[in-house]
Ligand binder design. Structure first.
Ligand code: ZN
Ligand code: ZN
Length: 352
């Protein structure tokens, strides 16, 4: 079943739905342009974009009629025509649209009641099709190759900037985009979970955290490993081993029926065996898919239930100011039989 068919099936005769969030439209249709919208009804649907994407839309859009607008016609002129043609009295819309967009739609499209939609797409997007999981797998493969490529630079005297730049080059050279600006955090900088690379040169006795991911064919990867520029101290080992223990246990805990809250709490309980949970301030993980931070959260305020087909990151961390930090992050696909860990880069403590 395609994502378009899945959404149509869940409309349940509720009428017309206008999807225009870029990531949602890409998820729904495979369209890779930056402007497009889908007006979907239970038995028909149109894809609307502007003239810049006319040729691309004909190539990429399957199962929907394509409508193109260009000067002097506006997006809302097309919606007006379609609403009249389909006899629509109501159109549901995504609540995330800007207020100014809502003003345009409600003033420019006549005779239609605009209704904020329930979040129909969230549960659908969280459960990936096998085609989507396949694409995430490919993105992970490339991220792991990049990690292997970057590790050779982890030696005293090399700056975080240079390593970060090399990661970006690697992805671009291999036909991918960067999923997010890579994190390369060494020594005391590794105590900042979202550090950006600086001109600091690596030194002996540093933890170095590398968090990277690419976008390949529209899908993301997101992996973190922490290394030690040797020799490692007892404190390095103690912190690392405890984060690893939490990470391994939480990956294994992603079984259907578990909750995002419980899996997150498990990480904190394990870190607390060594009084380290107080250094873990962020959530355990997030969904992964079309977006790096895709829908879904493993955290204290999560309302998510673990289900087959979901793909999660698991990324516990300990960040100790002026000492350094450790984060280990894998990508996990939930199957009916339990978790399948998609990333396979070695995660034992590596001294370089
Ligand atoms: Zn990450
Ligand atoms: Zn992540």
């Amino acid at each position: 079943m395609t994502n378009l068919e899945r959404l149509r099936a869940s409309l349940n005769g509720t009428g017309a739905f206008l999807v225009n969030d870029t990531t949602n439209v890409q998820w729904l249709t495979g369209f890779t342009g930056t402007f497009g919208a889908v007006l979907l009804t239970p038995d028909s649907g149109v894809f609307v974009t502007d003239s810049r994407y006319a040729i691309q839309a004909e190539e990429q859009i399957k199962g929907l009629d394509v409508r193109i607008f260009g000067v002097p016609r506006r997006f809302t002129d097309v919606i007006n025509e379609e609403a009249t043609r389909l006899g629509l009295a109501q159109i549901a819309f995504e609540k995330s649209i800007p207020y100014s967009t809502w003003q345009d739609w409600t003033t420019q499209v006549g005779g239609v009641e605009w209704v904020p939609a329930d979040d129909i797409l969230r549960p659908l997007r969280m459960v990936k099709t096998s085609d989507e999981v396949g694409k995430i797998r490919e993105a992970i493969k490339l991220a792991e190759a990049c990690l292997g490529h970057s590790v050779r630079m982890l030696q005293p005297g090399v700056t975080e900037f240079d390593i970060g730049l090399d990661i970006e080059f690697f992805f671009r050279r291999n036909g991918a985009g960067i999923g997010f600006p890579p994190i390369v955090a060494s020594g005391p900088n590794s105590a900042r979970p979202h550090a950006r690379p600086t001109d600091r040169a690596l030194e002996k006795g540093d933890f170095v955290t590398i968090d990277l991911g690419c976008v390949l064919d529209g899908y993301c990867s997101d992996i973190t490993r922490t290394f030690v520029i040797g020799p490692a101290s007892d404190r390095h080992r103690e912190v690392y081993e405890q984060v690893l223990k939490a990470e391994v246990a939480c990956c294994a805990a992603l079984i259907p029926g578990a909750t995002g809250v419980a899996v997150d709490q498990l990480a904190r309980d394990i870190l607390n065996e060594k009084d380290l949970a107080k250094y873990f301030g962020h959530s355990l993980g997030h969904g992964l898919g079309r977006a790096v931070h895709d829908l879904g959260s493993l955290g204290a305020r999560s309302t998510d239930i673990i289900e087959p087909g979901q793909v999660w990151t698991v990324e516990p961390g300990v960040y100790i100011e002026s000492f350094g930090g450790v984060r280990i992050e894998d990508d996990v696909h939930v199957t009916p039989e339990g978790p399948e860990i998609l990333s396979s880069y070695p995660k034992g403590l590596t001294e370089l």
